[in-house]
Design a protein around this ligand. Sequence first.
Ligand SMILES: Cc1cc2nc3c(=O)[nH]c(=O)nc-3n(C[C@H](O)[C@H](O)[C@H](O)COP(=O)(O)OP(=O)(O)OC[C@H]3O[C@@H](n4cnc5c(N)ncnc54)[C@H](O)[C@@H]3O)c2cc1C
Ligand SMILES: *[C@@H]1O[C@H](CO)[C@@H](O)[C@H](O)[C@H]1NC(C)=O
Ligand SMILES: *[C@@H]1O[C@H](CO)[C@@H](O)[C@H](O)[C@H]1NC(C)=O
Ligand SMILES: *[C@@H]1O[C@H](CO)[C@@H](O)[C@H](O)[C@H]1NC(C)=O
Ligand SMILES: *[C@@H]1O[C@H](CO)[C@@H](O)[C@H](O)[C@H]1NC(C)=O
Ligand SMILES: *[C@@H]1O[C@H](CO)[C@@H](O)[C@H](O)[C@H]1NC(C)=O
Ligand SMILES: *[C@@H]1O[C@H](CO)[C@@H](O)[C@H](O)[C@H]1NC(C)=O
Ligand SMILES: *[C@@H]1O[C@H](CO)[C@@H](O)[C@H](O)[C@H]1NC(C)=O
Ligand SMILES: *[C@@H]1O[C@H](CO)[C@@H](O)[C@H](O)[C@H]1NC(C)=O
Ligand SMILES: *[C@@H]1O[C@H](CO)[C@@H](O)[C@H](O)[C@H]1NC(C)=O
Length: 573
Amino acid sequence: MEKSCLLPFGIFLVLLLNISASVAAPTAESVYISFLQCLKNYTSSPDQVSNIIFAQTNASFSSVLEAYIRNARFNTTSTPKPLLVVTPLEEPHIQGAVICAKNIGIQLKIRSGGHDYEGISYVSDQPFIILDMFQFRNITVDVENKVAVVQAGATLGEVYYRIWEKSKVYGFPAGLCPTVGVGGHLSGGGYGNMLRKHGLSVDHVVDAKIVDVKGRILDKEAMGEDLFWAIKGGGGASFGVILSYTVKLVLVPEVVTVFKILKSLDKNENMTELVLQWQNVAPHTDDRLFMRLLLQPVSSKVVKKTKTIRATVMALFLGGADEVVTLMGKEFPALDLSKENCTEMSWIGSVLWWANFDNATKPQALLDRNVNSANFLKRKSDYVQKPLSKVELEGIWKKMIELGKTGFVFNPYGGKMSEVSSDATPFPHRAGNLFKIQYSVNWDEPGLELDNNYTSQARILYSYMTPFVSSNPRSAFLNYRDLDIGTNSFGNNTYEEGAVYGIKYFNRNFERLVKIKTVVDPENFFRNEQSIPTQTGLDTAASESDAGKLLHLSLYWNLMVKVVWLLIFEVFI
Ligand SMILES: Cc1cc2nc3c(=O)[nH]c(=O)nc-3n(C[C@H](O)[C@H](O)[C@H](O)COP(=O)(O)OP(=O)(O)OC[C@H]3O[C@@H](n4cnc5c(N)ncnc54)[C@H](O)[C@@H]3O)c2cc1C
Ligand SMILES: *[C@@H]1O[C@H](CO)[C@@H](O)[C@H](O)[C@H]1NC(C)=O
Ligand SMILES: *[C@@H]1O[C@H](CO)[C@@H](O)[C@H](O)[C@H]1NC(C)=O
Ligand SMILES: *[C@@H]1O[C@H](CO)[C@@H](O)[C@H](O)[C@H]1NC(C)=O
Ligand SMILES: *[C@@H]1O[C@H](CO)[C@@H](O)[C@H](O)[C@H]1NC(C)=O
Ligand SMILES: *[C@@H]1O[C@H](CO)[C@@H](O)[C@H](O)[C@H]1NC(C)=O
Ligand SMILES: *[C@@H]1O[C@H](CO)[C@@H](O)[C@H](O)[C@H]1NC(C)=O
Ligand SMILES: *[C@@H]1O[C@H](CO)[C@@H](O)[C@H](O)[C@H]1NC(C)=O
Ligand SMILES: *[C@@H]1O[C@H](CO)[C@@H](O)[C@H](O)[C@H]1NC(C)=O
Ligand SMILES: *[C@@H]1O[C@H](CO)[C@@H](O)[C@H](O)[C@H]1NC(C)=O
């Protein structure tokens, strides 16, 4: 019985595979050919073009695609794959890629460092091409003028290293993971452990270069104040391809101090008291001090086979150890900070410390693009505007233990963050916010069941937190991309749909982003699952070129052929 069932099913599979290969291949192939032909017209060295386009049939396709996948959830066989990966080496390749993708009528996804938490720089449920910026990674540091020109495909680690190489007195305020890409990070705001002293990365952007929907290269002057404002936190991918940002460097002291203090709920360490005090100190203390608080459910060492909560305070102080120990003794007794808990080091040393390298690691490690072993992860975000009470915290500990795996990262605001007005950049979460919450769950094993379990526990915790966080809107941080808070549907990129997530990410700045989008990309070519809609919500499909319509038609046709074959075989079996 089993055997007789297996045989026809095997044949059916073989046939189905053959059919999809023989029918789908010409489509990917024809996109490859038309894209290649088109792109050749937009470069002075047409022969080079075939070296920067990776078709699905190319032996290197998977390795090129996977090189910048930083969330294993989007690295499975069922993850939709791009028809092509294009890896530009010079500006005309990018100008051409925009024009050619538009001509062919195919969606273009832009990827710099690939750290998008939802993978939207390299995944789509519509046919798409990836414009992969990893070769655009030049960094020019001009110490005399205190600026650096940083290409979008550079990593933050490379930025820190190149600054340090030239000068020991300057640094740059940006994220803590060295492999994060400049293109997504800066266009989405960008924050790190100097945000209380220096604000966001985008608070230091003084110029930028972008390729617009017409394939033009525009700098700040040519793009105008509106577009320049939009790409400082509104997300680059709604507006064009960012080539580079010019940023102002910030002064860093010769000696900085780091410390890490751990307390556990199940030990008699007053952990809840620590968290209560943290809320009153971390957002208000000296702006040279950034104290991140991590809260994680962990296995108890006190009561076997139970879970407890561990609190970790990780800090950077832009000054010496004595000063911060004295300050904390006065302001934050529950921390119990002593000089032995502190390590003094250079600023670049602190960059390595925050990235979890051991203390013997040389700064060259920041140039390594492959240090992250990417696991499976889900992130969400919230903003807290009034301190949580003891009773509320105790309820949260209980819920976290019950769920078992999802943790929190509390990032304190205040300082410079409260001094910049909420419409200075698209990023609106300034004065009035005590701290930002990141919901964080990581796991190592593939499988849909685990995926569902862990992502839903993050959602349950998010739902539990509703009374304690910002509301109307319930704010979220664009760089902590979370498709749960709303997406637009392809071919129906309406204003109403966009407002659902747009107002959470940008609050009142959403309206200005829509106006700018409507002017610079009225046909909504630069789009993704959470892009800024145009005012009229103009549908791209309606303005698609004939080639694009043909492509979609042929994809539907393939699908129909498969369905028909499936039906025929079911009848046979
Ligand atoms: C391990 C890890 C640590 C992180 N730590 C921090 C942190 O400390 N602080 C913080 O603020 N964030 C942090 N993030 C979030 C990170 O800043 C965002 O995911 C950011 O968007 C990543 O940029 P990317 O270029 O690497 O990502 P990508 O996935 O390449 O791009 C992200 C988005 O930007 C668009 N985009 C990318 N390049 C361009 C371009 N050249 N032009 C136009 N659009 C472009 C993409 O299309 C996509 O929509 C972290 C993420 C991870 C995975
Ligand atoms: C590219 O250039 C050739 C001639 O050099 C022209 O025939 C062709 O139409 C152009 N193709 C595109 C897509 O621009
Ligand atoms: C794969 O693509 C690269 C880049 O376009 C190209 O240089 C290479 O020749 C291709 N290899 C094969 C086997 O097609
Ligand atoms: C993606 O999958 C490939 C092959 O299964 C594997 O070699 C690679 O390490 C994976 N990368 C990530 C980031 O999960
Ligand atoms: C990076 O700089 C080098 C040396 O100046 C130059 O040859 C190369 O074209 C630049 N790359 C890009 C993508 O701008
Ligand atoms: C901090 O220093 C004290 C000694 O002053 C020590 O007992 C304690 O274990 C240290 N804490 C951490 C987290 O290292
Ligand atoms: C916890 O707090 C109580 C009351 O403030 C205090 O008496 C006790 O010493 C603290 N315990 C620890 C381990 O700090
Ligand atoms: C570096 O780490 C090692 C091992 O953890 C430790 O013994 C050593 O004291 C550390 N050095 C400094 C300068 O902190
Ligand atoms: C996750 O799995 C565990 C163990 O199977 C189960 O008890 C729990 O209810 C699941 N949680 C969610 C949120 O699905
Ligand atoms: C398109 O968006 C509108 C407004 O949000 C909604 O009412 C409609 O159902 C959507 N249509 C599709 C096909 O998703």
